[in-house]
Design a protein around this ligand. Structure first.
Ligand code: AMP
Length: 210
């Protein structure tokens, strides 16, 4: 099964992708996590992406298309995958489609901007494995420590309120038009945020079975 999780920054894509990946036994591919790892390692890709990411702007379509083409060609993607945070522009969606890739469902997580602004201040992420948490909604077992790999959790620089505001603007301008793109291909599945992680993942799984 090939899936896309679409939604504003902070809508819960990463959290829901991890749950779906376990349920469906397919990998999640997050361009945000791939880019953060590149920045942390100081690679050429990381150097190119760093400034855009810190200001909340999008990294160029060419860079993203290259990352995705390489990653989807790896053997663990043969049975299917969940894309989290990609495509983010019509150009990226067209490039993926031009590679002959089709999606079974494109789940659009619907969350208001106001809810997102309130949520982002509590988000914590693992700089090592990319797992994401929320101090109230999804706390780690031990405060400040990743359940998966034991690294110390951090607040993403781009989760500062001013940066979140501009990321939301970028989302509405560049990414939201993808809903129409995939609706016209008959694969869009809008799912309302249900107020808790468990209730939202149940709603997604139910919608995928319809
Ligand atoms: P995310 O973790 O998905 O919120 O991504 C963090 C940042 O990485 C974004 O604000 C962008 O700067 C960059 N990024 C991640 N995925 C993409 C993408 N598909 N297209 C462009 N930029 C991206």
């Amino acid at each position: 099964m090939n899936l896309i999780l679409l939604g504003a920054p902070g809508a819960g894509k990463g959290t829901q992708a991890a749950i779906l990946a376990r349920e469906l036994n397919i990998p999640t591919i997050s361009t945000g996590n791939i880019l953060r790892a590149a920045v942390a390692s100081g690679s050429e890709l990381g150097k190119q992406a760093k400034a855009c990411m810190e200001s909340g702007a999008l990294v160029s379509d060419e860079i993203i298309i290259g990352i995705i083409r390489d990653r989807l060609a790896e053997p663990d993607c043969a049975k299917g995958y969940i894309l989290d945070g990609v495509p983010r522009t019509i150009r990226q969606a067209e490039a993926i489609e031009e590679s002959g890739i089709r999606f079974d469902h494109v789940v659009s997580l619907e969350v208001s901007d106001e809810t997102i602004m309130n949520r982002m201040s509590g988000r914590r992420v693992c700089p090592k494995c990319g797992a994401s948490y929320h101090v109230v909604a999804v706390p780690p077992k031990k405060e400040g420590v990743c359940d998966v790999c034991g690294a110390e959790l951090i607040t993403r620089k781009d989760d500062a309120p001013e940066t979140v505001r501009s990321r939301l603007e970028v989302y509405h301008r560049e990414t939201e038009p993808l809903k129409e793109f995939y609706r016209s291909r008959g694969v869009l599945v809008p799912v309302e945020d249900m107020g808790s992680v468990e209730a939202t993942s149940a709603a997604i799984l139910a919608a995928l079975k319809e």
